[in-house]
Design a protein around this ligand. Structure first.
Ligand code: GAR
Length: 202
């Protein structure tokens, strides 16, 4: 059975590309059935088109959050999506959306959560002076970057780093852990126990 994944983006789409590359290597464990963007000019849309993936653009402006999210849910259901991946989708999801895909929404965040949730996480970490930061893939709940953690990778913060060089190192880690986390979910190898995600066979 095809395991359909829907990817939501707002911009560059390098994490989407990492998922596409894993798919092409036969390592994703599923099919990217649709890429949805809230921004018509998102570069990630071209990545999807080049990879032969259907794209949908839905502008959120002038709509209530619930009305907009309800439409996204409809599009995803029409495509038979079972797992939703947020990949630089710069919008908070309403409970309408989250309850439509319980335990089946993943997000990638550029910090070691629960440190530095929210926007500009790499800059927050750099300014704070941490010696280690990294990337997190987590299940999405109704809080801000607060859901159970599926995968993390730490990266060092070096003395000669800038916020930009740290951001680039974290992004490489995102690209490694996101496809792996998607595969774990699609293969049904994750069990959520309270806040903990227990991975079978790990
Ligand atoms: C990534 O670094 C992702 O972790 C971050 O946006 C970037 C998107 O890049 N997401 C967040 O900060 C969400 N809070 P991409 O479009 O190249 O994948």
């Amino acid at each position: 059975m095809a395991r359909n994944v829907g990817v939501l983006i707002s911009g560059r789409g390098s994490n989407l590309q990492a998922l596409i590359d894993a798919r092409d290597r036969g390592e994703l464990g599923g099919v990217i059935a649709v890429v949805i963007s809230n921004v018509e000019t998102a570069a990630g849309l071209d990545r999807a088109r080049r990879a032969g993936i259907p794209t949908v653009v839905r502008d959120h402006r002038g709509r209530t959050r619930e009305d907009y999210d309800d439409e996204l849910v409809t599009v995803l259901r029409e495509r038979g999506v079972e797992l939703v991946c947020l990949a630089g989708f710069m919008r908070l999801l309403s409970p309408v959306f989250i309850r439509a895909f319980p335990g089946r929404i993943l997000n990638v965040h550029p910090a070691l959560l629960p440190a530095f949730p929210g926007l500009d996480a790499q800059e927050q970490a750099f300014e704070h002076g941490v010696k280690v930061s990294g990337a997190t893939v987590h299940l999405v709940d109704e809080g801000l970057d607060s859901g159970p953690i599926v995968a993390q990778e730490a990266v060092p913060v070096r003395s000669d780093d800038t916020a930009e060089s740290l951001t680039a190192r974290i992004l490489e880690a995102e690209h490694r852990i996101y496809p792996r986390a998607v595969r774990l979910l699609l293969e049904g190898r994750c069990r959520v126990e309270g806040r903990r995600v227990v991975v079978e066979g790990e």
